[in-house]
Design a protein. Sequence first.
Length: 178
Amino acid sequence: MDAITFRIATPHDIPALIELVTSAYRGDASRVGWTTEADLLDGQRVDAEGILADLQRPRSMILLAERDATLLACCHVADEDGHGYFGMFAVSPSAQGSGVGKQVMQQAEQLVREQWQLPSMRMTVIDCRDELIAFYQRRGYARTGIKKPFPYGDERFGIPRRGDLQFEVLEKPLEARA
């Protein structure tokens, strides 16, 4: 089996990105993996306009992980308020648990540390996703206690199935490498 290769997404990749992210988080297809949000949210997870905006803004990119030209995973990284931002992290349900996600996170952290020289990486996670938060904690992210409201009423982020959703900010210092 060939090694995983990484590249930066282009607008041409938007349809594949929508398919990947949706399969990892929404509907019955997402239940194959462990990152599903199907019990929390219906509707879309991403849209073409949002992805294009992420691709076009300065100091923002979407990292793709592929094997044999097959898209396995992605994440969005950006410079937000002097810290790296890690979001839109998705691994194909069939590839979850294989170590692909860990490699994507490491690659994203390296990009933010080396290209933008930022001191830390931050992300937001729905705070009731205990298993997912534990996954990030095992990779060096810490709960900050900072909470952000879920954008109820904005269907670009999905249709909530419950009324108590909110985000928590997790953060990891990015060590400088010699």
